[in-house]
Design a protein around this ligand. Structure first.
Ligand SMILES: *[C@@H]1O[C@H](CO)[C@@H](O)[C@H](O)[C@H]1NC(C)=O
Ligand SMILES: *[C@@H]1O[C@H](CO)[C@@H](O)[C@H](O)[C@H]1NC(C)=O
Ligand SMILES: *[C@@H]1O[C@H](CO)[C@@H](O)[C@H](O)[C@H]1NC(C)=O
Ligand SMILES: *[C@@H]1O[C@H](CO)[C@@H](O)[C@H](O)[C@H]1NC(C)=O
Ligand SMILES: *[C@@H]1O[C@H](CO)[C@@H](O)[C@H](O)[C@H]1NC(C)=O
Ligand SMILES: [Cu+2]
Length: 397
């Protein structure tokens, strides 16, 4: 009883409101509705089932109801938590990189360690079977760095896109205030797209990504990441510089964005989120996440955040991917036994051969494959799949 109160406690204030709106009773902790389009009852039911099933298997090893990290929507946490998170991100940006300088001379700070390995692994961990497990471990490592190296006391927040799909700039993620991720980049008359970006490393430079013309293109103009200096990348470009193919050299510049609202309107909707969490198979789940959500969330941000390689340069990346991880978690949580370790997809981007490792066949990924998380950490894929085992211990609110 004492143990569960931590999870239920935060919801008590909500109870009367929940009852009057005839929503489901709070068990675990239902999301609040801080603005935007409320969560439909159908989605609430899936979220609730996920939460109940997940909490029912506790304790598993070191993960208990006492220790489980509760990941909340950026729009629902209070300003102090948001400011604490932002302060911790700046703190990582002020600490020296641990990555070997020979691998990435441009890696300056602890954020760059994450960006370096994300660039290095891009052609393996996107459009492949590793997308979900690799990013789950990556997020947990980032969350741990914020907490252990920078004193952040909460857990990783997520960007609940669906709540603001029709008007994303109203979300506290993007409203430009000092407790947001900041707003759009400066509108550049001649450099806001559309672009046809080449992805180096696959298809001998014949693979391009179409990027729509956004409404910005330049440096972020407000909020805590205004004039935020980044160093690695960009990597996906209209012309690849062969002397700096993966952007590992130092390239200090501001963080830029190029909001494309049409990537959100009518796309990052509750209906599509529901379609994802109700995917009948892991194959459909993966395809739905990639085609309905993942690509479009990145394209909405544009510029740095939309570069498949160095996207982590935009601190909003972590909120975006926590939402992807949450959708997978809710899907897994409908039937933990059969879905936790379900995997689908190839070992490389769209099953294409890698230019630098042509011997890696575009064969299917397995849960016993090793993944490279950087700094010498190479877990098995299966370690990135559970939510309350191995190094994971979290639940999305
Ligand atoms: C990634 O890093 C490894 C060394 O750990 C290197 O062999 C490989 O070429 C790198 N790949 C890319 C695309 O940078
Ligand atoms: C495309 O791939 C072919 C080999 O498959 C290569 O000869 C060519 O240089 C590549 N790049 C472009 C831009 O066509
Ligand atoms: C950001 O940089 C611009 C141009 O370098 C400068 O004019 C502006 O004062 C800076 N803003 C902040 C908040 O540092
Ligand atoms: C789901 O997303 C697709 C684009 O990927 C869009 O065409 C479709 O209208 C969306 N459906 C709903 C119901 O939001
Ligand atoms: C794996 O890659 C092959 C070859 O590109 C492709 O035909 C197949 O559809 C891919 N399978 C999955 C599950 O992505
Ligand atoms: Cu990624």
């Amino acid at each position: 009883m004492v143990a569960t109160s931590r999870l239920v406690g935060a919801c008590i204030a909500l109870t009367s409101q929940m009852v009057s709106s005839a929503a489901l009773p709070p068990k675990g902790c239902p999301a609040q509705n801080h603005g935007g389009i409320p969560m439909p009852k159908e989605f609430q039911r899936y979220q609730q089932k996920y939460r109940e099933n997940l909490l029912a298997v506790l304790p598993t090893g070191k993960c208990t109801e006492e220790t489980i990290g509760i990941r909340k929507s950026w729009d629902e946490i209070d300003d102090n938590t948001r400011l604490g998170y932002i302060r911790a991100v700046h703190c990582l940006a002020s600490k020296p990189a641990l990555t070997d300088r020979r691998l990435a001379p441009g890696a300056v700070n602890r954020l760059d360690d994450f960006t370096y390995i994300h660039i290095n692994q891009t052609n393996i961990i996107h459009g492949s079977g590793y997308l979900l497990p690799w990013h789950r471990i990556f997020l947990t490592q980032f969350e741990t760095a914020l907490r252990e190296e920078c004193g952040y006391e909460d857990y990783l927040p997520y960007w609940d896109n669906a709540r603001f799909s029709e008007d994303p700039l109203r979300s506290k993620v993007w409203d430009g205030s000092s407790s947001s991720m900041g707003g759009n980049g400066l509108y550049l008359k001649n450099d806001h797209g559309p672009y046809h970006e080449i992805l180096p490393g696959v298809g001998n430079g014949n693979f391009t990504l179409a990027m729509p013309a956004g409404s910005g293109g330049g440096c972020v103009q407000d909020g805590p990441f205004q004039n935020f200096t980044i160093s690695l990348g960009p990597v996906a470009k209209e012309n690849i510089d062969l002397t700096n193919k993966y952007g590992y050299k130092a390239n200090p510049r501001c963080l830029s964005r190029n909001f494309h609202v049409k990537s959100s309107e009518g796309i990052l909707t509750w209906a599509n989120a529901t379609k994802i969490v109700t995917s009948p198979t892991i194959h459909e789940l993966r395809i739905n996440i990639e085609s309905l959500w993942h690509k479009n969330s990145h394209t909405f941000i544009g510029k740095e955040g939309a570069d498949p390689f160095s996207t982590t340069n935009d601190p909003a990346f972590y909120l975006l991917h926590a939402q992807i991880d949450r959708l997978w978690a809710i899907w897994q949580g409908q039937d933990l036994e059969s879905r936790t370790y379900a995997i689908d997809g190839n070992r490389t981007f769209f099953g294409l051969p890698l230019d630098y490792a042509p011997d890696v066949p575009p064969s299917l990924a397995t849960i016993y494959d090793r993944m490279d998380m950087g700094l010498g950490f190479t877990p098995l894929t299966l370690e990135g799949m559970p939510m309350t085992d191995h190094d994971s211990c979290f639940v999305y609110q």
